[in-house]
Design a protein around this ligand. Sequence first.
Ligand SMILES: Cc1cc2nc3c(=O)[nH]c(=O)nc-3n(C[C@H](O)[C@H](O)[C@H](O)COP(=O)(O)OP(=O)(O)OC[C@H]3O[C@@H](n4cnc5c(N)ncnc54)[C@H](O)[C@@H]3O)c2cc1C
Length: 455
Amino acid sequence: MTLIETHKTGGDCLNYGCVPSKALIKSARLAHQMCHGDKYGLKAIVPEFSFSKVMERVHEVIRTVAPHDSVERYTKLGVEVLEGYACIKDPWTVEVKLHNGDIQRLTTRNIVIATGAQPIVPPLPGLDDVGYVTSDTLWDEFAKKDAPPSRLIILGGGPIGCELAQSFARLGSKVTQIEMASRIMIREDEEISEVVRSSLERDGVEVLIGHKALRCECEDENKFIVVEHDGVERRIEFDTLLCAVGRIARLTGYGLEELGIETKNTIVANEYLETLYPNIFAAGDVAGPYQFTHTASHQAWYAAVNALFGDLKKFKVDYSVIPWATFIEPEVARVGLNEQEARDKDVPYEVTRYEFDDLDRAITDSTTQGFVKVLTVPGKDRILGATIVGEHAGDLLAEFVLAMKHGLGLSKILGTIHIYPTLAEANKYVAGKWKKTHTPQRLLTWLFHYHAWKR
Ligand SMILES: Cc1cc2nc3c(=O)[nH]c(=O)nc-3n(C[C@H](O)[C@H](O)[C@H](O)COP(=O)(O)OP(=O)(O)OC[C@H]3O[C@@H](n4cnc5c(N)ncnc54)[C@H](O)[C@@H]3O)c2cc1C
């Protein structure tokens, strides 16, 4: 087996995505907690810090995780790793332009395309003149700075834009986040967008929804972005502009066009992840429809197993239970349907909610903002989806992911012991709330009479 990587093993996740962003979020969060120490009976202090040290830690975290995805690790596992640019010449031949300039031709029975995605740079007039960073470049660019950008524009109100907006605001940047749509985090329910917006605003982010970026301008040494809202233009001065308007699959320059492999924003692949050629598979961001590390590795299993054993048995990729989280504060995590999707798909549902301000552990930790919201089949405890907002939402969601994957209903969660006092008890309490509204009334009446008789 040969793995070909043209840039850095570990891809986006390790080098430009999940790992550096979560490392930055942690530092920013600590800074925020220090500013609000008084909430815990401590003295609130504005932390003094060197931004370059914060960025140094981000890179140290990348270096610490790197061995998990390293050439050495894969080589030890028996994988031949070639560092170079791969191009598919025909369905059984891959040509690699190695970094040392040599060309190596490989013949193969199967090919898995996992070339990922790259940040979208919007075609804004003047953007190149003012300069910009993306998730690909910001980690190295900002590592050269002594201070966070003082006036930072973030284009985009999706999860990446929101995570970075909150972090930089907490580290002292004056952040303006620009989103063209009527709300941020648009895939989530409206109330979630609202929670996230007000939380970003509390951290000092100016969230401009319904604002269309029109152009960038330079005047002397000063940079401006012009946005439009309700027909009115506004000019905002900034120092640094970050494009976080989405990521697009890498589809060109390595043979798809020549081989006629169909693409529609992502590579078109069937339920076995086979492309037009049944021996060429696609997985990860390049295959879509999701752009997460855990869905990429989920698909990688299907692509690899179908490639190796497809003649004997093929497995259809299972997208039935896909969770994700956005690591802002409060964290937002979801699996399955939310209300807007259920409505769009005409799926009947019931909603049960449990608020964190009732949960003992959230109260002890003063982290009472948030809730668990579960959608179930009307009259049944079968879970259609769950959204959790609050501290450690991404971790708490795992119970619902397991339940949905294995067909366990809310009654099973209710019947499971959860450690007291933990945040995970919220899952049991939401199940309890569901039970309370679904208790058979005739049984209750009978029990009432039974106990009255016993007295
Ligand atoms: C800021 C940010 C935060 C994120 N946070 C999260 C998160 O918290 N959780 C989460 O699940 N996901 C997160 N993601 C998304 C996650 O990083 C991606 O979904 C994941 O990396 C996709 O993996 P992949 O293997 O498909 O592609 P990639 O990780 O992009 O890997 C593709 C690799 O292919 C190489 N390549 C491309 N073309 C060729 C070629 N012709 N020859 C050889 N090599 C080639 C590239 O150099 C690259 O290394 C985040 C992304 C960003 C940008």
